[in-house]
Write a new protein. Sequence first.
Length: 408
Amino acid sequence: MLTRDLLRQLQAPEGARALEAAAAALEGERDFLRATQIVARRFPDRLARAAVEQVGLRYRAAAKFPAAAAMFFEREALEQATSEPVARHRARRFAGGSIVFDLGAGIGGDSLALARIAPVTAIERDPIRIALLQANAGAAGLIDRLRPIQADLLRLPLRFPAGALAFADPGRRAQGRRLRGVQRYEPPLRVVQGWLPALAGLAVKVSPAVKREELRGLDCEIEFVSLAGELKEATLWFGALRAGARRATVLPAGASIEGEVEADVPTGPLGRFLLEPDPAVLRAGLVRTVAAQLGAHPIAPEIAFLSQDEIRPSPFVRAYRVLDVAPFRQKSLQEMLVARGAGRVTIKRRGSAVEPEALARRLRLRGEGEATVVLTRIAGRQTMLLVEPVAADPASPEAHVAGAPPVL
């Protein structure tokens, strides 16, 4: 277990050498037991174990932090930390703030991004995490932009200067278990909201799986953010930081779409192209708003697939060219895939009770190719679509193709 003393040792010259030795020992096979034995030949056992563990965490953190090789981590805190692209996106809305408070700062994922925008007072109750935050601020050259405070937010008498902005990241885990429900967070959302009257603006990070009914009646904007096609998190924006009602942001494109209410776009027939909305768009309830922007339409009520005959490149959807359409039957699907020489299949579904993983196991495919199948409901019938991804490059010859839609 990492302690403040061990962290200080890792930051010292001997610790830096131990980290270098650990990185060299883990290169290639990443055998942690063997690496620890190798490093322990030159350094004390506790330091050797800490160095190897830290290098292992840096490998894992690389997906979140480009500068992970110079940072320090703790396992659970790393899992909860905001990835740098998401943190930088959020921090941009704090531009112009004279001082920003990070309430529940963890190891500094958001504090570091905010410190590039304005001076930050970072408050964290865990002594190890606040020490890691300081270490990471030093590694990033931002130590002069951060004022770390170790304190429990529920016991600290918070006093904010006039015009202050704050970001709150309530704990969503306790004793290794996920806390479900915004009023079970640590601190609960109602407590965090209680700070708003003393602030110019407040942002609160919540689970992207937050239930709509939990937020009913709140005077805030909710923003859902995805990164590389994966839904990452949601932020509630209050006060001066609010800029709308519902927003979906797609990273790394940096594109956002906002709407007070969902656009009124009628359903239409399946065209030559199927559009799969980004998960941030889905959670924000802006599928039809995206459809209106693209001149597309839903293929059926309550089914979050869009379609059109002439596609327009957009970061808010992934486009597929429809190759074949038929009523769903496993035997027919098997024959369709075998005829195309498929050996691997990706199965997507909306409006279908079929389990994709179980169906994929039942299909006896021995070919060399890859295929993508969509299971959905069209005109009340269970339908299967054989599709292929369309290149995202706007210069692609398929980026503006028109033609007759397939028929069932």
